[in-house]
Design a binder for this molecule. Structure first.
Ligand code: NAD
Length: 495
């Protein structure tokens, strides 16, 4: 049995005393075991990053960028290898895994522009013969703690910008699919990244808790479920770290009566069931406004029944399995709960069969109609291929639903009215909004982040938000007097 270890100080380490299982979700087979780091191993990773920091921070930004350019060339050349690695451990279909890697690569491309992005500001003559300027300097050792659902992309929201800014990095990926991070670590080394600048520490709560309190860790970027995000934020901040913690979601897509219903239904199917609904930007609630409900549900049901489900390594499929047996049970329980609560189960994916995948964690698309806001299937994040249709009489009620929900990650509206779309984008309390775009994931040069209990902390990830998160500002005021400097006992003001 293969044991997946850590990548610390430029090399793969020995296996840890503790380990956890890594499954192939399409077959249910145990594929490998992953080392779970102890506190001492966590110390080793942080101290490698700490040791590497001074030289990396002193490396000119242009040289740091050149390493990222070389990494990008390696990534492009070996994209299939990483794609298969993601599919094998996550289950998402090959084409979708490739999409995630390309979206991650876009952050590398953004970070390649770091010499420009790091430029400070300069004001000449803020007082007589006095100039003021500001610098953006790296923080030191920064940590990324990431979820299972985007094993390549979510870490790439973090480390390219962090490294480009001159920080060193310890990545603690999900223990459910750790291999993608190790490939990336090896390719970064091949691209010329000095040892210790990027480390991968596999592990669970033991490693995370040690990172949260470690005196040499300056900042933590977390992406995962809301309860853990809140825990990471609260504990990390109490230990004086800079923390950004992105949490869960329940994304609504509003279908207005004037929308192109066929386009909206097509968009909903992809956004609800792509990646088996295991996306933080998946649409899990369709809000049917006015009289569109019957038509919309009929179209959704027909399309959902046609989805092709199977082992993601085969080509041309729509949906793979869920991540684990435990998660499959959890999602199936939600479906049963929805029926108990009185929602109408129009499509039931629980009886799906996949030849060769009898022990895999497959669940077909499930579609609920007439879902009420008091139901658990409406309130809680299910994170599976379950779409709830809520019917409301008008725009005001649709908006209220979204604004009153605990989460505020993504949302979308489908309409032909510019006025309604404009009103929605202005009034909705959500971080990322689509207009006739079902999954409005911002590009790398913008920033990704939700509102409410979908994000703890003030910075979104990547884009200039990432540069701000991974640097601290220093403001310098200087003069070079030719004569004496007199003592001043009053607050200095411009003379
Ligand atoms: P998770 O919260 O279970 O795990 C995320 C990370 O936290 C993993 O590295 C895990 O090892 C660690 N962790 C888990 N339990 C911990 C504990 N008790 N103490 C310390 N660390 C712990 O999330 P997941 O199941 O891997 O991912 C799915 C979740 O992530 C969903 O809720 C999804 O919405 C969310 N997500 C959010 C975004 C976003 O941008 N907002 C993006 C992707 C995923």
């Amino acid at each position: 049995m293969d044991v997946i270890t850590h990548f610390i100080d430029g090399k793969l380490s020995e296996a840890s005393d503790r380990s956890g299982p890594v499954y192939n979700p399409a077959t249910g087979a145990l594929a490998a075991r992953v080392s779970l780091a102890s506190a001492e191993e966590t110390d080793c990773a942080v101290s490698a990053a700490h040791k590497a920091f001074p030289a990396w921070a002193e490396t000119p930004a242009l040289q740091r960028a050149r390493i990222l350019f070389r990494f990008k060339a390696i990534l492009e050349a070996r994209m299939d290898e990483l794609t298969e690695c993601v599919t094998r451990e996550h289950g998402k279909v090959f084409e979708d895994a490739r999409g995630e890697i390309i979206r991650g690569m876009e952050v590398v491309e953004f970070a390649c522009g770091i010499p420009h992005l790091l430029k400070g500001e300069y004001s000449e003559q803020v007082g007589r013969s006095v100039d003021a300027y500001s610098l953006n300097q790296p923080l030191g050792v920064v940590v990324g703690i990431t979820p299972f659902n985007f094993p390549a992309m979510v870490p790439m929201w973090m480390w390219p910008v962090a490294l480009a800014c001159g920080n060193t990095f310890v990545l603690k990926p999900s223990e459910k699919n750790p291999s993608a991070s190790l490939l990336i670590a090896q390719w970064l080394k091949e691209a010329g990244l000095p040892d210790g600048v990027f480390n991968v520490l596999n592990g669970d709560k033991e490693a995370v808790d040690h990172l949260l309190t470690h005196p040499e860790v300056e900042a933590i970027s977390f992406v995962g479920s809301t309860p853990i995000a809140e825990y990471i934020y609260t504990k990390g901040c109490s230990y004086g770290k800079r923390v950004q913690a992105l949490g869960g979601a329940k994304n609504h897509l509003v279908v207005m009566p004037d929308a192109d219903i066929e386009a909206a239904a097509n968009a909903l199917i992809g956004a609800a069931y792509g990646s088996a609904g295991e996306r933080c930007m998946a649409i899990s609630v369709a809000v049917a406004v006015g009289a569109v409900g019957d038509d919309l549900v009929a179209r959704l049901a027909e399309k959902a029944r046609e989805l092709k489900i199977g082992n993601g390594l085969e080509r041309g499929l729509d949906m793979g399995p869920l991540i684990s047996e435990a998660h499959l049970h959890k999602v199936r329980n939600y479906v049963a709960e929805g029926e108990r609560e009185g929602a109408r189960l129009v499509v039931d994916g629980r009886d799906v069969t996949v030849p060769g995948g009898e022990d895999g964690y497959f669940l077909g698309p499930c579609l609920f109609d007439k879902v009420g806001t008091e139901m658990r299937i409406y309130q809680e994040e299910i994170f599976g291929p379950v779409l709830c249709v809520v019917r409301v009489p008008d725009y005001e009620r649709a908006l209220r639903l979204i604004n009153e929900h605990e989460f505020g990650n993504g949302t979308a509206i489908f309409t032909r009215s510019g006025a309604v779309a404009r009103k929605f984008t202005h009034e909705v309390k959500v971080g990322m909004v689509g207009v006739n775009v079902p999954i409005p994931v911002p590009m790398a040069f913008h920033a990704f982040g939700g509102w409410k209990r979908s994000l703890f902390g003030s910075n979104h990830v990547h884009g200039m938000e990432g540069v701000r998160f991974y640097t601290r500002r220093k403001a310098i005021t200087q003069r070079w007097p030719e004569g004496d400097i007199a003592s001043e006992f009053v607050m200095p003001t411009m003379k």
